[in-house]
Design a protein. Structure first.
Length: 617
């Protein structure tokens, strides 16, 4: 087809205006409220429309940005989107850790993260740990007790110098973030902050080895909303920039030694936008310190998939969660990435789960080629809008923290901890009411699954007790923990049987039975569904024959007036009686003594706890 014909073809179509789209939507909604039905009110403080057009983004600056150029909204690279595939190793034996590292380096890993206990910080450990690992080819990252980080840095520099590595080619980091201990555990680590300039001085000759960390991954795993992690990351990083420059560290060197370790949640497009907005805002912050080059304004991010939304039951669903999270991180342009194994919640990850976690990254890299295109989301009206909106709301949090005197002062006052804790409480409440879904946990659980001895892993951070902590701390509990505790408690004591007494309208009884089965199975109850009964007496008799502890009447709202009271009276207290739904005749049913109803407005968790109590479980 010639260009002329192609142009003629397109000109035959008139582009509808935004108002025309809205008019069409209004017709299709048939009187329903557009704002309530189609506008997404995000937890991040802004609304998302159901569609966007070019006119919505022409006023934005983000689409004008170029890859690899200030303010780096489109990434730090110009010609590729490669990231390091990282796996972390908790070191208990240096020789075994080295063996494992060499093994996984042959399986696609090109970034290692070693977590060292304080008592192992010595030259012998470093020599053994890094034996045969080419530190000028592989990214190497380290973490240990904050009080021993400076000592570890000196040992690493001595090792690198001994090996004669090209200092430009040594890429990696050492995790020094005293503020994390304050915000997460309430410990007073202000004295250790003074070591930051010394740490930078030790590593100043290694331009690609970073040593000051901003660990907002911890906030993500405590339930923080995306905008909270973004805003506090900026304030956290700025606190370190301010303290370092006040101590005499040159701004360019200070900025190039800071690394952000961020979490990635399941909100696919929002997480992509978060990383874009974070780079843009961080570049603007660093620019105010007048560094010698724009490259100092780049934000280096290691992303780790979220632990907060992982589950103990139906744990293979964790693979779906981490896969979309890994995709968000890759498309968002991270420096490196850690994918948590699907069994991280309840055991030391197995060789199988670690292999799958590695392959999740390799799949999107080697087969889907996510590493070849820089910022593929650029120009998307939707993502550009999300980027701008997140940037605006995240900046508000940053400014609020700065008004309090900076991140350190805000943490000492406890405002950061209060904010994250409040969000965690709200999210647990939303999960209890199924306003926030956890597939396999509070929605569509596996009816027949048992815990088989699986229990949530206790904290193994070695932080000890916090009774003497002078500051507030963040209470970090996974979103699924409440349902898991209830389900395990039910398993350990007695598993009741819930029988669906289905009768009347075919479509409604089936829908109500499915809803009720999903509802009750969230506590691990055995559920028995049925095709339908001709009379309530027949259904009750079948339920008692099945030794049911709970009989759930499933029918239509109109028919409950006919069936509910006779069924309740015939059952005569021989089992708990539940009506599936919230019919108009509910008050009449309650007056007859019926007190249990399950419906979409129920607090699922509290209702199930109440049922356990009534059943003596």
């Amino acid at each position: 087809m010639s260009n002329n014909n192609r142009e003629k073809l397109f000109t035959e179509f008139t582009a509808p205006t935004t108002q025309e789209w809205l008019d069409k939507i209004e017709v299709d909604l048939k009187g329903a409220d557009f704002q309530k039905r189609l506008v997404w009110r995000t937890n991040e403080g802004f609304n998302v429309m159901p569609f966007y057009r070019r006119e919505d983004v022409v006023k934005l600056k983000t689409p004008e940005a170029m890859p690899g150029e200030f303010p780096f909204v489109r990434g730090n690279k110009k010609d590729n989107n490669r990231w390091y595939v990282r796996q972390n190793i908790h070191v208990t034996d240096a020789a075994e850790a080295n063996k494992k590292a060499l093994d996984i380096l042959n399986k696609g890993i090109d970034s290692l993260g070693f977590c060292l206990p304080a008592e192992m910080v010595n030259a012998e450990t470093v020599d053994t740990l890094l034996n045969d690992i080419l530190c000028d080819v592989v990214e190497v990252n380290f973490s240990t007790c904050k009080r021993h980080t400076l000592e570890l840095a000196k040992l690493l520099v001595a090792y690198f110098d001994k090996k004669g590595y090209d200092k430009e080619k040594v890429v990696g980091s050492i995790d020094f973030d005293p503020i994390e201990k304050m915000v997460m555990k309430g410990k007073d680590t202000t004295a250790i902050l003074a070591q930051a300039p010394q740490l930078i001085d030790v590593l100043k000759d290694y331009p690609n080895f970073r040593c000051i960390s901003v660990n907002t991954e911890a906030l993500n795993n405590a339930g923080a909303y995306i905008v909270q992690e973004l805003g506090y990351a900026l304030a956290w990083g700025n606190e370190y920039m301010q303290q370092l420059t006040d101590a005499g560290v040159e701004p360019t060197l200070a900025a190039k030694k800071i690394k952000f370790n961020m979490g990635i949640s399941e909100n696919y497009f929002m997480e992509i936008a978060k990383l874009r907005a974070a780079r843009m805002l961080w570049a603007q912050i660093v620019k105010q310190y007048e560094p010698k080059c724009d490259s100092a304004c780049q934000m280096t991010v290691n992303a780790t998939t979220s632990f907060y939304n992982q589950t103990l039951f139906d744990s293979y669903v964790n693979l779906l969660r981490t896969q979309t999270e890994a995709m968000s991180a890759a498309l968002g342009g991270v420096h490196s990435m850690v994918v948590l194994p699907f069994d991280s919640t309840y055991e030391q990850p197995s060789d199988f789960s670690e292999r799958i976690a590695r392959n999740q990254q390799l799949l999107i890299k080697e087969e889907s080629h996510f590493d070849r295109i820089v910022d593929p989301s650029a120009g998307s009206y939707y993502i550009e809008h999300l980027t701008e909106s997140l940037a605006e709301e995240g900046w508000k949090i940053f400014l609020r923290v700065e008004e309090e005197g900076g991140m350190l002062e805000a943490v000492k006052k406890g405002t950061v901890q209060d904010d994250i804790n409040a969000t965690n409480v709200k999210r647990h409440g939303d999960a209890a009411k199924r306003k926030e879904f956890l597939l396999g946990t509070n929605q569509f659980p596996n009816f027949t699954e048992k815990s088989e001895g699986k229990r949530a892993k206790a904290c193994c951070c070695g932080c000890g007790h916090n009774d003497d902590a002078p500051y507030k701390k963040i209470e970090s509990t996974r979103l699924a923990a409440d349902f898991e505790d209830l389900r395990i408690s039910t398993e350990e004591k007695r598993v009741p049987t819930a029988f669906m007494l289905t009768i009347g309208n075919l479509a409604m009884r089936q829908a109500r039975a499915q809803f009720s089965c999903n509802f009750l199975a969230c506590a691990g109850y055995k559920v028995i569904d049925n095709l339908g009964f001709k009379t309530v007496e027949e259904g009750v008799d079948a339920a008692l024959e099945a030794k049911a502890d709970i009989v759930v009447l499933c029918s239509s709202d109109d028919e409950y007036a006919e069936y509910a009271i006779p069924a309740f009276k015939y059952l005569n207290g021989r089992a708990m009686f539940v009506v599936a739904g919230a019919p108009a005749c509910m008050d009449e049913l309650k007056a007859a003594g019926i007190e249990n109803f399950v419906h979409v407005k129920c607090n699922v968790l509290e209702t199930l706890k109440e049922y356990n109590e009534k059943l003596g479980i």
